[in-house]
Write a protein that binds this ligand. Structure first.
Ligand code: FHN
Length: 460
C-alpha cells in the first residue's frame, strides 16, 4: 500500500516497507552474485601492456584514464573495443550452474555500465551487442540461464553515460541543454521499459550512476518513471539508488523514509551493527579485490579476500538481516579467475553445509559472543565460530526472564557432533543475564569457520 509522504516531501517513497512475496524472497536470498561484464572486461585494467592502476577509479573505469597519463589518443581506442567483442568462452548456463552451486539465490548483471555500451540489442542505441561480432543477446542469455537454475535476476543499469552526446553531469542550464537532457531522459525511459518488455522474468532493477546533479534534479521524471516500471512488472524490486527527492536527498528522503524497497548504499562496507539500519531491508555488494568490479588481469600486490573472509562477511550480513552479493569480473572471453572459482567453491560448500544458518535465519536479539557471529530462526541459534576461545567453550548470554533458553547443541562439522551445554549463573542479582556455555568439539575442523547449532527450549 502507498504511504502518504511527509508534509513537505512530495516525491518521497512510493511504497511503505513491502511485505509481499517478492520482498520476502529478497529477505531470504542470503547470498547473491554480482557480475560486472562489458567492454572493459577485454582490457583487465591494462592497455597495450600499460597498467591503468592508480590512473582510473577502478578497472571498469579504465575509459576515464587520467588524461595526463592516458595512452595517446585515449579513449578513442576504448570506444572502438566493441568491434572486436566476441567472447569465445561465454556460456551463460555454466555461469548460472556455478552460481547455483555457490549458493547464490539472486544475480545482478550489468546490462549497461557507465561506458553506455548495452549488452542487449537495444533498439534505442547503436552502441550495443548487435554492433559486435558476437551473435547473441548477452542479457537475454543470462536471464534465461539464471532463471532456469532458480536464481532471481536483477538488472544493473547505469543512468550516467560517459560518452553519450546528450548526457551532462550538471543540471541543464540553457534551453539547448534542457532539450538535450530531455532527449537523454526519454532514451533512459525507453531503454528501461524495453528491458522489462524483453525480459519480464526479472525480479529487480539495480540502478547506478544516479549521483550527478542532472539526474538528482530530475526527481519528478524519476518519480513518474518508477511508477511506470513498477506497473510494467508487478512485484519489481527497486533499491534506494534510483531517484532523489525534491530536496536533493538520495537513498533516504528528507523526512527519513527510504527511497526504494531496500537500502542500496552498502557497497564494499557493512553496517557497524544492526541499530544503524533503522529496520531497513538491505544488501551489501562486495568486491573480491579491494576495489575494481570489472576484470583485473594483474592482481599483484592487491589483497584478494580469502574464502574465510567472504564467509565471515556473509554471516555478518545475515546476522543483521542483510544479503551479501559477491562480485565477479569475468575476462573479455567470459572466463573467471582461479581465485574467483576458489571463493565460489568455498561459499558453495559453506552454504550447503550450513543452509539453515544462512538462508532461513536472521538477527538474534542476544549479545554476540566474542567467538563468533549469531544468526537464528526462533527455534535455534547458530553460532558461526571464527575463533576458538581458550576456555574451549562458547558462552551465550541470555536474559534471565527469557522464555526460551539453550538446551542442546551440535556441530555437524565435528567427528562427534553432540556438544554439552552447561547453565552457569554467575550469581549476581543485578545482572539481567544468565549464561550458557557450549563445549566446543575437541577436534576442530581446521582453517575454516564452523557452525554450532544451539536448540532453544521452553523454560521450566
Ligand atoms: O561506479 C560504479 C562502479 O564501477 C561499480 O559498478 C559499483 C558497483 O556497486 N557502482 C558504482 C560505484 O558506486
Amino acid at each position: 500500500p502507498a504511504t502518504a509522504p511527509a508534509d513537505d516531501v512530495r516525491f518521497g517513497p512510493l511504497v511503505g516497507r513491502r511485505d509481499d512475496e517478492a520482498m520476502r524472497a529478497f529477505r531470504s536470498y542470503g547470498l547473491g552474485q554480482f557480475i560486472h561484464w562489458g567492454l572493459y572486461s577485454m582490457l583487465g585494467n591494462e592497455f597495450e601492456g600499460r597498467s591503468a592502476r592508480g590512473h582510473a577509479a577502478a578497472s571498469e573505469w579504465i575509459r576515464q584514464w587520467n588524461p595526463r597519463t592516458a595512452p595517446e589518443g585515449w579513449p578513442r581506442q576504448y570506444d572502438a573495443l566493441h568491434r572486436s567483442f566476441d567472447p569465445s568462452d561465454f556460456d551463460a548456463r555454466r555461469w548460472a550452474r556455478e552460481a547455483r552451486q555457490m549458493g547464490a539465490r539472486y544475480v545482478i548483471f550489468t546490462t549497461k555500465h557507465h561506458d553506455g555500451f548495452a549488452m542487449w540489442p537495444s533498439a534505442h542505441s547503436e552502441y550495443t551487442i548487435a554492433a559486435t561480432p558476437y551473435e547473441g543477446d548477452i542479457v537475454g542469455e543470462i536471464v534465461e540461464a539464471y532463471a532456469a537454475e532458480g536464481i532471481d535476476v536483477f538488472l544493473y543499469y547505469s543512468v550516467l553515460e560517459w560518452n553519450h552526446p546528450d548526457y551532462m553531469a550538471h543540471a541543464p542550464r540553457t534551453a539547448q541543454e534542457r532539450e538535450r537532457w530531455e532527449r537523454f531522459l526519454e532514451y533512459t525511459r525507453a531503454q528501461l521499459l524495453e528491458l522489462l518488455e524483453l525480459y519480464p522474468q526479472v525480479k529487480g532493477l539495480w540502478f547506478d550512476g544516479t549521483w550527478d546533479a542532472s539526474w538528482v534534479s530530475s526527481y519528478e521524471f524519476a518519480y513518474a518513471l518508477e511508477q511506470e516500471l513498477r506497473a510494467a512488472v508487478p512485484g519489481l524490486i527497486i533499491g534506494s539508488r534510483f531517484r532523489a527527492d525534491e530536496h536533493g536527498s538520495r537513498h533516504v528522503d528528507s523526512s527519513g523514509a527510504l527511497l526504494g524497497d531496500y537500502q542500496q548504499g552498502w557497497e564494499r562496507k557493512l553496517p557497524q551493527d544492526i541499530t544503524v539500519l533503522d529496520g531497513q531491508d538491505w544488501d551489501c555488494v562486495m568486491t573480491i579485490a579491494p576495489n575494481g568490479w570489472g576484470h583485473i588481469r594483474d592482481t599483484t600486490g592487491l589483497h584478494l579476500k580469502s574464502p574465510q573472509e567472504m564467509i565471515e562477511l556473509l554471516m555478518r550480513c545475515r546476522s543483521m538481516n542483510g544479503n551479501l552479493v559477491v562480485n565477479i569480473g569475468p575476462d573479455g572471453e567470459g572466463r573467471l579467475s582461479c581465485h574467483e572459482h576458489e571463493i565460489m567453491t568455498a561459499l558453495g560448500e559453506w552454504t550447503e553445509q550450513n543452509a539453515a544458518a544462512v538462508y532461513g535465519a536472521g538477527h538474534v536479539e542476544l549479545p554476540e559472543p566474542r567467538a563468533g557471529i549469531l544468526t537464528g530462526d526462533g527455534q535455534r541459534v547458530f553460532v558461526t565460530v571464527l575463533a576458538v576461545p581458550v576456555s574451549g567453550a562458547i558462552r551465550l548470554a541470555v536474559p534471565k526472564d527469557s522464555a526460551r533458553v539453550p538446551v542442546t547443541a551440535r556441530c555437524e562439522a565435528a567427528s562427534s557432533p553432540e556438544l554439552a551445554v552447561h547453565h552457569r549463573d554467575v550469581g549476581l542479582d543485578r545482572d539481567p543475564m544468565t549464561y550458557y556455555d557450549v563445549d566446543l568439539p575437541a577436534q576442530i575442523p581446521p582453517g575454516r569457520p564452523f557452525v554450532v547449532t544451539v536448540e532453544l527450549g521452553e523454560v521450566g
